[in-house]
Design a protein around this ligand. Sequence first.
Ligand code: GLP
Length: 245
Amino acid sequence: EVLVAPGPEQAAERAAAAVLDGLARAAGPAPVLGLATGSSPLGLYRALGRAVAQGRADFADTHGVALDEYVGLPPGHPEGYRQVLLREVCSVVGLAPERLAVPDGSVADLDALERAAADYEARIAALGGVDVQILGIGANGHLGFNEPGSALASRTRVKRLSARTRRDNARFFPGADDVPTHCLTQGLGTILDARRLVLVATGDGKADAVAAALEGPLTASVPASVLQWHPDTVVCLDEDAAAGL
Ligand code: GLP
């Protein structure tokens, strides 16, 4: 389902409604919400916060599961995705910090990172899987940190960040060289296991990626094209992001 709203605020409201609708259908004892970082879902998180304030939603029992994390940042680094999600989601919607799962990218060597990736898959499975996965899209079509070329059935693993993504994310770090070179990310197969996907994209910088993902071929060159494969995907766009459709 592709929803085109006049502006970013309305796109965020529609995405919030799609998230709440998906969570209302969660079958397990506690709903599981997959969380994305980046600027795209910030309006959605604020809309969910308003729903809580108005008594239309409650995340006290909800588990949060992050899509990805940088490798090599020390625990507690303000741009590490655990800290970002604590600031931008937990404190906004009232999700308990102890119910937030983030892959551990602070471990030192490749073996430990591979164990952290496997542990993360096991943790998601133990929660009963993700009910609703919130997604943004990279300007190069990445989902999470699944860069172009990512295998369509991939699971959580270590990935090298593309030069484009490191440039795009340099704004969060003192300099371009401070952006980590690697990450842990849920795989495209992991993301596809979520029962509902809700993607938010706004602004003309995303128009090409959105058009390629939704109307181009299903291909590892455009990781977000896997959305076409999922039976319950809601894509919430503003008019600028929809301009290439
Ligand atoms: C980041 C994140 C993605 C996010 C994307 C877009 O690198 N790992 O999950 O969707 O880039 O970010 P933004 O929404 O700020 O454009």
